[in-house]
Every structure is written in C-alpha cells, then in structure tokens.
Design a binder for this molecule. Structure first.
Ligand code: GLN
Length: 511
C-alpha cells in the first residue's frame, strides 16, 4: 500500500491527530483525497462536481493558521464531501435534477458555513436520486453511483454518492440528508455509519427542501466517533431555520468515547419485533441478532417490544412526503432560477405554458410521480381521506414511541430489509419504497437514528444495524453505537472496511 493510501484509510479522528501534531499538512491530506477521487471516480462515480481548487485553498488557509500557532478545532483540515442537495456558495448545486443544472447558489447552507468556519476543505458535491427521491441513486438525472464493495450493485439512496465517497476512501466524511432513510440505508449498503439527528438539531437552512417536516441533514462516516465529530460541527440552534431547537447540545464525540468503554450496564434496549422477522432477509436478521447478543454481553437489558403501527409508517410516509414534495417543488417554475423551456412555436408563449414545458423537460419520472401523488392527496375532497388520515396515524406513531421510551433507552432493528441489490434489479416503485420500511418511522416521529455495519452477508455485502433513541437523546444512540461498533470490530478482528477490495487505491502511484 502506498503512503497515500495509508493516509486516506485513516479515520477522521486519526487524521485530526496527525494534523495537530504536524505530521501531515491539510494540503497533503486534501491532495491525497483528490488523488483518490481521480483514481476511484471512473468506477464509483460518487461525485457530480468537484471543487478541488477551493478545497486546496481551504487547506492552505488551515495550514497557515496552524503555522501561526493558532489553536484550531478538531476537524480543521479534515476534508468533507457534500450531498448535492445542500447549497454551496459558488459551487454548482443541482439536487441531481436537470431543472437546477447550472445553478450556482449565492449563499452557503448553515451546515456548510459551519464546516468552513472550522476549516474543513470541501472536496465536491455528491450524487443522489433526483431531489433525494429514491433508494438506489439510480434516479439521478446525470448518472448512477456504484457500490465500492461490488460495482454491479447500488450504493442505496438517495445519498448513495456520499456513502460511496466515504466507503471508497474518496473522503473521510460526508454530509447527507435523510427524509425517510437516505443517510441510513446507504450507510447499511456500503458498510459505513450514517446518522439522522433529532428533527430540529441540525439546521435545514440551505438544505434543498424535499419534505420539510421530515428532512434532516446528518453525517456519513466510517466510524461512529468520526460521525459524532462531524455532528458536533454542524448541529445546534440556527435562527435561519424556524424549526431549529434551542438549547445547548451535549458533545456527541464525548458520548461516542463513553460508548467505547463498552459498559452498557443498566441500559434498556427494545427490539422492534415487527422489523425483524418476515420480510427481512435471513442473513440481515442473523447479523442483527449477533449485534443483539453483543449488546447483552456488554450488560444491556434487552427485550422484544411490539409496535403494531411501525410498519404502517411507510404508508403514512407515502402520503405525507409526496404532499410536502408537491408543495416544495412548486418553486421550480422556470421564473427565477434553473432551467427555462419556452413553449414550441405555434403554442401561446404564456407563463403557464412556459412552466409546463420547463417542468416536463426538467423533472424526471419519479419526481413527477410524487408531485402528482401529493397534489392528489392534498386536493379538495381528498384531503381529509388521505392527508388528514395520514397525519392522524403519524400522531399515533409518535405517541407509541413516546410511551415506549418511558421504559427503554434505545430501540433497535435492522436498517434495511436486504443488503445492496444489483443496478436495474428493482423496477417497480412499490418494491423500491420497501427499502425504507425500517428507517421511515424515525423521520415521522422526529427521532434520532443511526446505522452502523453489522457484518457481511453470503455475497460479501454489508448489512446495517439501526439504533433509535428518544427525541433529543442523540447522545444515547451514539454511546450504544460506539459500544456495539467496538464489540463488532473485536469480533471481526479488524474494521469492516479492511474486508473490501480497493483496486483504485492499489493502483495509485506513490507520488
Ligand atoms: N428512499 C426514500 C424515498 O425515496 C427516502 C428518501 C430520503 O430520505 N431522502 O423517499
């Protein structure tokens, strides 16, 4: 392995230590990641845009400050990739849609501004399903992304670009957005860690809206501690987001460190009974059960709990989410920014015709399907039957969770019913939607939830273990995740990524 490959396979925590001690510079590290991106992209295609110049300039600025003896935050100089659902000043942001092709945002999302303030070089924008709608990253208007464990398979979605970038060592860290599972399901499919924070813990300002009552930005990483460190940078009150929760948050990195001690005595864990048996692949269940045993071995009290409404989440989601999508995406009208397509000659050149032509050309089929579904669910006469009823079931689900969290600290289940499937394998939307059956409930209830790798199945593909906590108890989820990650790693003898073949790293020249 070349020196460069050794550098990029470090965790963000280790990179941070080497930067601090002066063993490496931020420029060296950033350049190494850009070289890996160059070597990996032909087979992975995780990025839609690269911002190499900006990244190196940010790295130089950090090196200069450090040379002056300035005390810098932990992640200063550690590079990051950003899902193209999050706006970046001066760097094209498309949501993987033709309707935003060429749009250069005039401002940074709050999460991006916070990463820049810390001194994290931004490597580029990662691929996704158009407007974060999908579970495979095959719905991008530009190109699919491939799973580094097996490039004939999908990386999951919608945040497949961020997950693949992290899994393939193109970046130690990335940002995703999670509306129904788009951070956690790709994490499960790529053997990485993905976190959806409590609704309101991370600002949505500058995160392109999909379904506003469900959307949260969160970290993608290779370890729980790395994810926690990035969480600590991006989270916290923001007066640009009216749903931002006030109050100081505990350090998630500290919560992860606490977990690494592997003492879970007194901790009460509930298994979601409905999300473990039928409909979940036997090998997914098997690795999940191993995780449960490890948790018990660390002193946790584990019991099975029934949530009869858990699996209804997906039905509720596919009413509420499209309703919000149909309203949020109405802003892409060809008037103010993005694509504009004029009606063909002979057709009246009216604003309404222009909007119709723009949307016809600019939106892909899945986005159109959801706008139509949502418009129907909100239409006069249908509103109460669909949207009103879905909101009532959502309330019942929130109450079920609140009641359960009086007796337990965290809830666990597999992250997704299967491991990564082949590109093109799932054609019908309803089967695709089922991928998020276990992740959606946390979005509906605003709960923090994260996914960590639980092993490899018979085809050598990673499986995911999901941990959910009560609202605002993200730190508890991090502690349990870190303990379980440590126990799994000991059992495997090495971190899961060491089992992945990385031809793009092996063929990299030394200098
Ligand atoms: N896969 C889910 C969907 O298609 C979730 C998307 C997301 O979390 N952004 O809606």
């Amino acid at each position: 392995m070349s020196q460069k490959s050794e550098l990029v396979t470090l965790t963000a925590e280790q990179m941070s230590a080497k930067l601090r001690s002066g063993e490496i510079s931020a420029r060296e590290l950033t350049q190494a990641e850009l070289d890996v991106i160059g070597a990996a992209e032909p087979s992975i295609q995780a990025f839609l845009a690269r911002s190499s110049e900006e990244a190196l300039a940010q790295a130089d600025a950090v090196d200069k400050r450090r040379a002056k003896g300035e005390e810098l935050p932990d992640l200063a100089g550690v590079p990051v990739a950003v899902k193209d659902m999050i706006v970046t000043k001066g760097i094209e942001t498309t949501a993987a849609s033709k309707i935003l092709k060429g749009w250069i945002p005039p401002y940074d999302a709050t999460v991006v501004a916070r990463m820049k303030r810390v001194g994290m070089p931004i490597l580029g924008k990662t691929n996704l399903d158009e407007f974060a709608q999908g579970s495979s990253t095959e719905n991008s208007a530009f190109h699919p992304t491939f799973n580094p464990w097996d490039t004939t398979r999908v990386p999951g979605g919608s945040g497949g670009g961020s997950a693949s970038a992290v899994a393939s060592f193109e970046s130690p860290l990335a940002l995703g957005t999670d509306t129904g599972g788009s951070i956690r399901q790709p994490a499960a499919f790529t053997g990485t860690v993905g976190v959806k924070p409590t609704y309101g813990h991370v600002s949505r300002y500058g995160a392109i809206a999909m379904a506003s009552s469900l959307d949260q930005v969160g970290p993608c990483a290779r370890t729980v501690t790395d994810a926690a460190m990035l969480y600590d940078v991006i989270a916290g009150y923001d007066d640009h987001d009216s749903t931002s929760l006030p109050g100081k948050l505990p350090s998630m990195a500290a919560a992860a460190v606490k977990g690494a001690r592997r003492d879970l005595k007194g901790l009460r864990i509930g298994i979601v009974k409905e999300a473990t048996g039928d409909g979940f692949e036997p090998e997914v269940n098997a690795s999940f059960n191993e995780g449960v045993e490890l948790l018990e071995g660390m002193g946790a009290e584990v019991k099975e709990m029934s949530f009869p409404n858990f699996l209804h989440g997906i039905r509720v989601y596919y009413v509420i989410m499209p309703a919000e999508v149909s309203s949020n995406l109405a802003r892409y009208d060809g008037m103010r920014y993005g694509l504009r397509v004029m009606p063909p000659a002979g057709v009246p050149q009216t604003a309404a015709n222009m909007m119709a032509c723009t949307r016809e050309a600019g939106f892909g089929p899945e986005v159109k399907r959801r706008i139509i579904l949502g418009t129907y669910a909100l239409s006069a006469g249908k509103y109460d039957e669909w949207y009103g009823k879905a909101q009532r079931v959502r309330t019942v689900m929130i109450q079920d969770f609140a009641k359960a969290f009086r007796d337990i600290d965290v809830l666990v289940c597999p992250t997704a019913p299967t491991s990564a499937f082949k590109l093109g394998e799932i054609q019908d939307p309803a089967t695709m939607y089922r991928n998020d059956i276990a992740t959606i409930p946390a979005n509906l209830a605003g709960l923090p939830a994260l996914s960590i790798p639980s092993g490899l199945d018979g085809s050598g593909m990673p499986t995911g273990f999901q941990i959910m906590a009560a609202q605002r108890h993200d730190d508890t989820a991090f502690t349990v995740a870190s303990a379980l990650e440590s126990a799994f790693t000991e059992k495997w003898g090495a971190p899961i990524w060491t089992k992945m073949k990385t031809p793009w790293l092996d063929s990299m020249p030394e200098e």
